[in-house]
Ligand binder design. Structure first.
Ligand code: UDP
Length: 421
């Protein structure tokens, strides 16, 4: 076993790692390429940062490519993202032609690598049109959708669907997101990496050091929401909830986040949030650089409760991160959050600032319940949402796509086209 796999075994147990190695054995040497549109910021980058090294560690030849675009491209893909999450906002033909052009330009550089790969995983809509620009492809292509597409704005989904249909399969985080398509659909929820800077254990001294640095007192309870400044994350609703709680219980609010390079709206939303927060010294509005993983880790650990009051959410890695740190999470009753926040066990699902305030007050006044819920939360993530489970499901999907409708799959035999060492 490699040193890295040993470290995971210490957390999840040897059986889990042995299972991964068994699944990976027939896939050794296989060329796998992941493509998305940002190296840092947001959940997709967070996952790829660990998934790719682990696939390599297990013997595959995995790599990660990032497409580049200009302001208009991201304006288009942001509109598309919002429309897929339900915004009734049309995208002009002009903007769509630009989206197509940027995909084409990116394919010029990536084409030979993508066409040679055994498996290509395209993450989200931004690079989705690379497929049609790689006519000589030899491997299987899978579209991985990280977005809540349960109620898409139809005209925009109709446009994207014609491109997504061309893939060999697609992956969705939840069954309610999966849209009818003519290829196999797989359900794979995301995960977090317990060894990454964002989630490794930290000493109390280190956590306190971060809190001091931001002028956050340990004497007053802390509630925290970490997210990009995005309206779907409802930062204004979080401040409203905090103000309601303050009427009866002392509390501080940390709203921490930065932008992703593929999200052009962040600065505008941050400005709105700043103005709504006013000069309240107990609201800590922290603008963080994209690599502030340890800082986020410390803020989550230093908090009493984690909030994620999203109005729409693909999955909500910040929820998983909070649960993993033994904190109850109070979060919007939407999307993938529902897989993670189990009412009265790992936290509370809420539908309004009033609902969030009620639950925050309840937990701050019932410390024993807060503690028990926190313990359950960590165990729940250990069993369901760590990267090792995620890798296992990717490997299973690859095996399934290689063997198609074969009646028998022998995991110890080399797969067609795979190199065996
Ligand atoms: N994140 C970060 N810096 C920020 C805001 C978020 O590193 O300023 C991280 C956060 O800790 C989480 C991921 O980015 O790991 C966000 O994933 P999530 O699924 O919660 O939301 P998304 O941004 O993908 O909508």
């Amino acid at each position: 076993m490699t040193a890295l796999l040993d470290q995971y075994a210490a957390i999840v147990g040897n059986d889990v790692i042995d299972h991964l190695r068994q699944l990976a054995a027939p896939l050794r040497g296989m060329k796998i390429v992941h493509v998305n549109s940002t190296r840092e910021g947001g959940g997709v980058a967070e996952i790829l940062n660990r998934l790719v090294p682990l696939q390599n560690e297990l013997g595959m030849d995995a790599s990660w490519e990032v497409i580049s675009g200009d302001r208009r491209f991201y304006q288009c893909t942001k509109k598309m993202h919002n429309a897929l999450q339900g915004n009734r906002d049309d995208i002009s033909d002009n903007l769509l032609r630009h989206y197509e052009k940027i995909n084409f330009l990116n394919s010029v550089d990536l084409k030979s690598k993508l066409e040679q790969a055994d498996f290509v995983f395209i993450h989200d809509p931004q690079p989705a049109l690379l497929l049609r620009n790689c006519p000589g492809r030899k491997g299987k292509w899978v579209w991985r959708c990280h977005i809540d597409v349960s109620h898409p704005y139809r005209p925009v989904w109709k446009y994207l669907r014609q491109h997504v249909e061309l893939y060999d399969a697609s992956i969705w985080s939840l069954s309610t997101f999966a849209q009818p398509l003519s290829h196999p659909l797989y359900l794979i929820p995301p995960s977090i990496d317990p060894l990454g800077e964002k989630n490794v254990d930290l000493s109390e001294d280190e956590v306190n050091g971060f809190l001091d640095r931001f002028g956050i007192s340990k004497k007053t309870p802390i509630i925290t929401q970490v997210s990009r400044f995005d309206r779907f994350k409802d930062p204004i609703g979080v401040i409203q909830a905090y103000r309601l709680v303050r009427k009866s219980v002392p509390v501080q609010l940390v709203l921490a986040g930065g932008g992703a390079t593929d999200d052009p709206e962040g600065a505008r939303v941050l400005k709105e949030v700043r103005s709504f927060a006013g000069r309240d010294p107990d609201i800590h509005l922290l603008e963080l650089p994209p690599d502030a993983h340890r800082t986020i880790n410390a803020l989550q650990r230093g908090s009493d409760i984690i909030i994620q009051k999203s109005l729409r959410e693909g999955f909500g890695l910040t929820v998983t991160e909070g649960l993993w740190k033994g904190k109850p999470v109070i979060a919007g009753d939407t999307g993938g959050i529902r897989l993670q926040v189990i009412n009265h066990h790992t936290g509370f699902l809420v539908n309004s600032p009033e609902g969030a305030a009620l639950r925050i007050r309840y937990l701050l006044k019932n410390r024993d319940i807060l503690k028990t819920m926190g313990e359950k939360s960590r165990q729940f993530v250990l069993e369901n949402f760590l990267i090792t489970r995620h890798v296992r499901e990717y490997l299973t999907l690859i095996v399934a796509l290689i063997y198609g409708s074969a009646e028998r799959i022998e995991l110890n035999l080399p797969s067609p086209g795979a190199t065996v060492s």
